[in-house]
Design a protein around this ligand. Structure first.
Ligand code: MG
Length: 274
């Protein structure tokens, strides 16, 4: 092979432009949910629903999030409605410890990998004991403080439905949350204890993050890394999307759903031309 300057130029011309992922092998686009497809805990815009349905005509789509399936319903599934295109949509709530597909016009659970009853009891005890010992057990709350999400137990200091302002005031620099995280992590060395939202601590089995979900999906569908593309708002190191990048999946960072909408628009043009 001629390795001279002319050959180099020829190869360079086959490469995608800066920041663009080659789409010839693309089989699936995986999206984070909160702050990627919609602002946190709000429904996707009708224009985003339209873009996702158009994308589903070209490739499979997966939505992976730490949120529960119930949160997906109002945020994504109701706006998407009932369409045959949904057969290509893969839902991975709670970081892929649950997996749902669209079958016979309804969402069907393919698997759920929940904590055992003993693990749940142990976690609830540890969170309760830790919060009380540290003086972080509040009596004035908005909804339950401890929530069983099947594969994850979540402690929310002010309750699941606390207003954002109250949450910000409770622990402005995150020290209370970190104290509780460290205390519970010491009590539960065989489980993963992470800081979640502004006032919350999540406990799961070890190794449950978005990379866990994506690896399962790859296995289930026999897909290679080069056939996947991931879009998320927290791809920074320490962000909850970072494990997918570390797994080796090509990633597209976004700052909000508007970036994601622009990305899908552009991707649809490139997929139409492949
Ligand atoms: Mg996000």
């Amino acid at each position: 092979m001629d390795a001279g300057p002319a050959a180099d130029t020829g190869i360079a011309n086959l490469q995608p432009a800066d920041g663009e992922h080659p789409v010839d092998q693309l089989k699936m686009v995986i999206f984070d949910l909160d702050d990627t497809l919609a602002p946190s805990k709000t429904a996707i815009d009708p224009s985003m629903a339209g873009l996702l349905l158009r994308l589903l005509e070209k490739v499979d789509v997966c939505i992976i999030s730490g949120a529960r399936f119930e949160q997906y319903q109002g945020q994504v599934l109701e706006p998407l409605g009932d369409s045959d295109a949904l057969r290509g949509l893969h839902l991975m709530p709670t970081c892929g410890t649950r997996y749902y597909r669209w079958q016979d016009h309804s969402w069907t659970q393919i698997y759920a990998q929940d904590l055992t009853a003993d693990q749940k009891d142990e976690i609830i005890d540890a969170l309760t004991r830790g919060a009380k010992a540290l003086g972080l057990w509040e009596s004035d709350t908005w909804g339950p403080v401890i929530e069983d999400r099947g594969s994850q137990i979540t402690f929310s200091a002010l309750g699941q439905s606390a207003p954002i302002d109250a949450k910000r005031q409770w622990d402005p620099n995150g020290t209370k949350k970190e104290e509780l995280r460290a205390d519970v992590a010491a009590q539960l060395p065989d489980l993963e204890v992470r800081g979640g939202g502004s006032t919350s601590v999540d406990v799961t089995r070890k190794g449950i993050d978005k990379a866990y979900g994506v690896a399962h999906l790859q296995q289930q569908l026999n897909l290679s890394l080069s056939q996947l593309l991931f879009v998320g708002d927290r791809l920074d190191e320490g962000g909850n999307d970072y494990p997918v990048k570390a797994l080796g999946v090509e990633c597209v960072p976004v700052a909000s759903w508007l970036d994601t909408a622009a990305f899908i628009d552009d991707l649809l043009v490139r997929l139409a031309n492949r």
